[in-house]
Every structure is written in C-alpha cells, then in structure tokens.
Design a protein around this ligand. Structure first.
Ligand code: SF4
Ligand code: FES
Length: 751
C-alpha cells in the first residue's frame, strides 16, 4: 500500500494514500471540529466546520482554506489546524457563526443538550455574543418521521448525515434534502412509506438535536445517566450496545462502536426493543389447589425439588434461546448431573428435527466466519436466510461489501425481498425444500461463503445437502440463527443426544402425562404449535418454569421461579461468528440467575452442579469456548431426510420467515415500532390482482388475510406470508378474500 507523509501542526504523519486529512489528524490525536464528517459515510463537505489552512498542498504551493474531511492527504503536504493557524481558526469561527444564525438556543430543553457537538463547539470555538439581530428561521415542530423518530427542522445544520445514512448504509431513503438556499431543509425521502429497520441510527448520528427518538425525548440528561457497554440480546449478530440507565431504569440503548461487528450501527429492534424490570416477577410461586400462590424461595425450591424427584427421571428440560452461556451450561448440567436425562433441547422454536440436531452438533467448532470475511469474499450465498429480518448486522455488512467491494450476493429464496433488492442480489427463485438443487447449480469456490438460516432446519435435506456441497466446492458455510443464546446453548450442551428427546417429542410426551418439564425462558408462541404446547403444559405431571416475567409458561407451571433478567446479570453470548461476547449488568444485578436457582435446586435434590459461583461458571464457559475453537470441522454425516409435505393439486407451497419487528414480539415495549405491513407475495396468479385482499389457508383451517403483492420473479407454486403460523414448506391455498371480510389480520404472528 502506498503511503504518504504530511505535516499537521508541525507533526509528521504517515498514512495510506487516499486518507483524508481529518483522519490523518485523528491518527496523531489532533482534533478537528466537524459536523457532517462521519468515518463510515462518504465525505460531502457540507458543514465546512473542519476548515484547515493549507500553506503547502505538497507541490510547494498553498491553497485557500479547505475542508479537512474531503481533502486527501498528499506527500509533503503542510496542514495547520485552528490550534496553530489564525486562518483556520477564523474560518471555523465564521462557519460556526453562520450555523448558529438560524439554530435555536434551546439547549436547556433539547435532548442533545450535554452531548451535542454543536453545543460543545459553540462553547469551545464560538463567539461569546451573536452579531445576528434578525429573526431566526422557524418551522412547525416536531415533525413525526416514523413511530420512533421526531424531527425538529430548525435545529438542523444540514450536514446530510441522515440522508447519506439512508443512501449508503441501510438503503432506506426515509429522508432527503429539499428546497434551496435558506429554505433548504430535511424532508421525507423517496422511501418515506417504507419501514426502515435502522431508523434509530439517524437519532444517534445527527450531530444536533434535530432528530430525536420518541422513546427518549425529555426523559433524561446525559450527565444523569450511567452507561454500560454490553452485547445486544435481540439476535445472534453480537452487536456491541451502550445501555444508559437512570435510577436503575434503562432509558435508552445506543449502538456502541465495535468495528469487527456492528461498526457504529444497530437495528431498531436492538435499540428500542427493551423492557424495564418493573413488570418482572417478584416472588416465587407454587400452585396450591389449582392457583399459583406466592411463597418464599426455600418453599418454592423445596416444592420444585420434591416434584422433580417424584418424576424419577421422566423429565425434559427446555431452555429457551435467551440464555447466556453460563446459564445454558447450568441447564445442561442440571439435566445430565441432577435429572440424569438426555432430554434437553434449547430449540424452543419452530424447527427441531433430528437432522438439524445432527447438523448443529457440528457447529460452534473451529474459528468461524468473521464479518470481515463477508467483505473479503467474492460471493455470498444466502440459503433460507433473510439477513435484513433475521440478522440485520449481516445485512448491513453485506450491503457495505456490495457497495464498496463489489461483492456478489446470491439469494436462494422464494421471492425477491426488499433486503435482496437492497443488496442487489441475484435471486434464484426457489421453493422451500428445493434449496439444495439450486445450490448445486451455483458455481462455488474457496471465495464463496454460504450463510444458512435457522429455518433451513425445518426443510428436510437442506442442512446436510448444503453442507456437503459446500465441502465439495471448498467453500465455507456458517449457520446464522435468530436468537442470541442459540449457539451458546448448543456449545454448552443443550441439544438432545443419544436417546434424548427433542422439544416436540418432549411436549408430545408431556401432553400424554408421561413427562415433567423444566422450562427456562420459553416463549410458547415461538414453537411450531403454540396451542399444542399449552395443552402439553396442562397435561404434564409437573412443570417448573424459570422466568423473568409472567408468561404463558408461568401461567401453566406448578412452580414458578423468578430469575434475573439479562439487564441484571453478567454472562456470555456466542454470536453467529462463534465469537464470545460479554454481557454486562446494566442495572443493579439480581443474584437469582438461572444458574444460581438451578444450583440451589440441585443442592436440594442432593446433587452438585459444580457451578458454585458466577466466576466458576464463567471460567467453565471460557474453557468451553477455547476448546471448541480448537476443534477441527466435523465430518458431514448422512441423515435420511424426512419427506417434505406433498403439494396437493389445488395447493401452494408456503414460504415464510420471521420479520424483524413483528408485533407479537415480547421484547418490544414502549416504542411504537411499526412492523412492515403484512402482505402476501406470490407470482402472477390467475384471477388474483395485486393490491387486493387474499386469504392463505393452511391444512389446519387457520387463515391469514392480507393484501397481495405480485412478484414476477417469485418461485412457481409458492406463496410467501410474513410470520406465517405454519412452517415453511407447508401446503396452503390462496384465494381472493370475500368482499365482506373485516380488517386484514395475520393470525399466529410470533417472535
Ligand atoms: S437532521 Fe441532523 S443529521 Fe440530518 S441533516 Fe440535519 S443535522 Fe444533519
Ligand atoms: S466536517 Fe468537513 S465539511 Fe463538515
């Protein structure tokens, strides 16, 4: 790489050719004020706040003052910033004065007050008194941009960070710059009617208080907040998160910087999807005469221990996907060491096949694929994965690679989704279950990465088929689950082995009254058949539920043991890249974590989990992560796939995935996070017109009604329904809705 050496304020700096002067200055600790500059956005030089004096452009000749954010560092260049140059200082003061002419002096009630670059620079570099005596420009305020964002236009300094974010990063152009001259303003953009999954980033990168979040508005001051950096629990991306709390209540969540993972972004689910601890369970409960009664911890633990002992090993353990690895390890040991059972399965979700369990046993080994690898790959193939909905940071990184490195994305998908369109992906229209044939027709090599989504587990043959093809081509494969605790749980041993029962089998046995259950944070609505799961809990001889909040599972349990929320404890997640990510307590810790409760329960049952403290559990997790990273890839074993449902002559094959902001998500609280409006997508279909209401009906009689969108590129014989109440590959019918049908509604939407 060619390097250049320049002098900034007399300091010699050597940087790669093409580096902007503002970055070169940063590299030696010289601060140049800026508003529009952002290291992850292309320069636009809109605010002119970063003006520097250039006595020598590297060719022996000087230049008039230049914006450092748009000026390439050149060999032998001489740059003087406001620290050493009156020219630069005067230019910066002048620009600040212009910016403040129309900016309201409402810092005491502006949400950005206390952390506002404009406020800071006005204090540091501005004039003490304004020379402007006219009337400031005003606009009606605030303008509601989305359910979670507000815009106060008079505060805007027209830096265009928000418009560039939409164009360059997320691909949702919610905003644009309109009008000219003094009337220039930020307004709705061409994608104004779209739902962006990344809109919260606009509030974070706006350098003034023009874009603020509804959720945080007038809630707090930065100096009142206690900040903690932790890992987001909303998906398996592993995003670094800054959580701000005040008096023990989480007030906001922001993207923290981790250039290896989320860079400086996060998704709206990660940012706004949190709940306070105010509705958490406060007391253990035991069912007495059919009613749950609050009892003391010793009473509840004794009741749970006695009930589990009576089952004499006929117990199944279902830890949900929200667990830290420390807690997951405790469930695994509780099953094997205390209950003496192999019936443990963390896949409390739609797919839990033996074929998938076999595939997952080979995951969480070796070095994994990093986000950076996505940028370096020549081709990324998406199989049964919609990254915008199922792992938003993968989507952003792919979009960056497409835009900056010319990455080719191929989506083996039933329809052309909005995410595929924004990735400029080549879509291979494929019905669920046919992914392996589609993959076999692709040219893959060592520069190809195949990302397989969680729903592939419900499509027989797809996981081992994809694995075998990838291995043969010398390409690489990564499994991208939806939930943050999924990979950690499988590394910790929360998968059935040998004669161990899978989730569905455990629930089926429980429904026959043959199996008691220990549930750890299970969302029944995330299972393949939520009503059958409820029935299983009713019929099970004994159910212990460890939960943070009241839920359908706690309502039906015999003993309820309240456990610490993620905000109240430390731990570890393993993200889809197989990297351990630290979880930190962001509010005062609550000692009764799942691990501690299970350890106490084990003690009452005369056993020892061997995890007496958090430190011991954490050390075991670290050892586990290190030892799994050293393992060689496991050979692919042949498992006979179960047959796919046969499509009837009048039926279509269902395609579906969980959308990011689905209404039924249990983690969305407080903010009005609108999911994308439900619409059914299919190819051209005789007798059906785009925009009209249609009904998709499953063989169980359940129906989904929504407007129809026609995708000419959709796979033949397939209908796509967001958050469908049936597994992908199910046989459904599609018909026009009766004219009298009431308001569109999707039944069975889940997390
Ligand atoms: S709204 Fe904020 S981010 Fe957008 S142009 Fe104005 S100041 Fe910049
Ligand atoms: S930061 Fe350089 S012009 Fe805005």
């Amino acid at each position: 790489m060619t390097e250049v050496t320049l002098h900034i304020d007399g300091v010699a700096v050597t940087v790669p050719k093409g580096t902007k002067v503002i970055r070169a200055a940063e590299s030696v600790g010289i601060d140049i004020p800026r508003f529009c500059d952002h290291p992850l956005l292309d320069p636009v030089a809109a605010c002119r706040q970063c003006m520097v004096d250039v006595p020598d452009a590297g060719n022996g000749r000087g230049m008039k003052p230049q914006p450092a954010c748009a000026l390439d560092a050149m060999d032998n260049m001489v740059i003087n910033t406001a620290t050493t140059s009156d020219v630069a200082r005067s230019a910066q003061e002048g620009m600040l004065e212009f910016l403040l002419i129309n900016h309201p002096l409402d810092c005491p009630m502006c949400d950005k007050g206390g952390e506002c670059p404009l406020q800071n620079q006005a204090m540091a570099n501005g004039r003490g008194e304004s020379r402007y005596g006219g009337i400031k420009r005003t606009y009606p305020k605030p303008t509601q941009l989305t359910g979670v964002l507000l815009l106060d236009r008079e505060r805007c300094v027209l830096c265009q960070r928000c418009t560039r974010f939409g164009e360059q990063i997320s691909g949702d152009r919610l905003l644009s710059l309109v009008e000219r001259g003094a009337a220039s303003q930020i307004s709705s953009g061409p994608d104004r009617d779209q739902v962006s999954y990344f809109s919260g980033n606009l509030a974070q990168i706006c350098p003034v208080g023009a874009i603020t979040s509804v959720d945080y508005r007038f809630q707090s001051r930065p100096f009142d907040l206690v900040s903690t950096t932790t890992t987001c629990d909303n998906c398996a991306a592993g995003c670094s998160l800054r959580v701000d709390q005040r008096h023990g209540d989480v007030r906001r969540r922001l993207a923290a910087t981790d250039m290896e993972v989320n860079e400086e972004w996060n998704c709206d689910r990660g940012r706004f999807g949190f709940r306070s601890e105010s509705d958490a369970l406060t007391s253990p409960m035991v069912r007495v005469d059919g009613e749950l009664q609050p009892v003391s911890w010793p009473q509840a633990l004794s009741a749970a221990a006695a009930g589990l002992k009576k089952l004499d090993g006929q117990v199944g353990v279902i830890p949900g996907g929200r667990l830290t690895m420390e807690n997951a390890l405790a469930y695994a040991r509780f099953a094997s060491e205390v209950l003496n059972t192999a019936n443990i399965d963390a896949r409390a979700r739609r797919s839990a096949s033996a074929e998938e369990a076999d595939f997952l046993q080979r995951q969480a080994r070796g070095a994994g694929i990093a986000y950076d690898d996505l940028e370096k790959a020549r081709q990324v193939v998406l199989v049964a994965l919609e990254p915008e909905d199922e792992c938003p940071m993968v989507f952003l990184r792919l979009r960056k690679a497409v835009r900056k490195a010319g990455l080719n994305v191929t989506a083996i998908a039933p329809i052309t989704s909005s995410g595929s369109a924004k990735l400029n992906a080549k879509v291979v229209p494929t019905a669920p279950g046919d992914e392996v044939s589609a993959l076999a027709n692709l040219k893959m090599d060592a520069d190809t990465i195949v990302l397989v989504g969680e729903r592939a587990g419900s499509l027989p043959g797809v996981l081992p088929g994809a694995e075998a093809l990838v291995q043969k081509a010398g390409a690489r494969l990564a499994w991208v689950p939806r939930r943050a605790g999924e990979l950690g749980a499988l590394a910790a041993g929360c998968l059935p082995s040998g004669k161990g029962l899978a989730v569905d089998e455990m629930l089926a046995q429980a429904a026959q009254g043959k199996l008691g259950l220990v549930l750890g944070g299970v969302d029944l609505d995330d299972l393949a058949d939520p009503s059958a799961a409820r029935q299983a809990l009713v019929q099970a001889p004994f159910v212990v539920s460890l939960e943070v909040r009241p839920s359908a599972a706690t309502d039906l349990a015999d003993v309820v043991l309240p456990v610490a929320s993620l905000a109240q404890q430390a731990g570890t997640f393993m993200d889809w890249t197989l990297t351990a990510r630290a979880v930190e307590p962001v509010v005062p810790p609550q000692p009764m974590t799942d691990r501690r409760v299970l350890a106490e329960l084990a003690r009452r049952m005369g056993a020892d989990l061997g995890l007496p403290s958090y430190a011991a559990a954490h050390q075991s997790v670290q050892d586990l992560v290190t030892s799994r990273a050293a393992l060689a890839p496991a050979p692919v074993s042949a498992v006979k796939p179960a047959p796919m449902p046969t499509t009837r002559s009048d039926g279509l094959t269902l395609a579906s995935w969980r959308t990011l902001l689905t209404t039924a998500s249990r983690c969305l609280d407080g903010a009005d996070l609108a999911p994308r409006p439900p619409s059914v997508v299919a190819g051209p279909h005789a007798g059906l017109v785009a925009g009209t209401s249609v009904v998709v009906r499953g063989s169980d009689g359940v129906a989904v009604e929504a407007p129809l969108a026609i995708d000419p590129n959709a796979a033949a014989g397939v209908v796509w329904v967001p958050d469908a109440p049936w597994a992908p590959g199910a046989v459904v019918t599609l018909e026009p809705a009766a004219p009298t049908t009431p308001t569109p509604e999707v039944q069975g939407g889940e997390r």
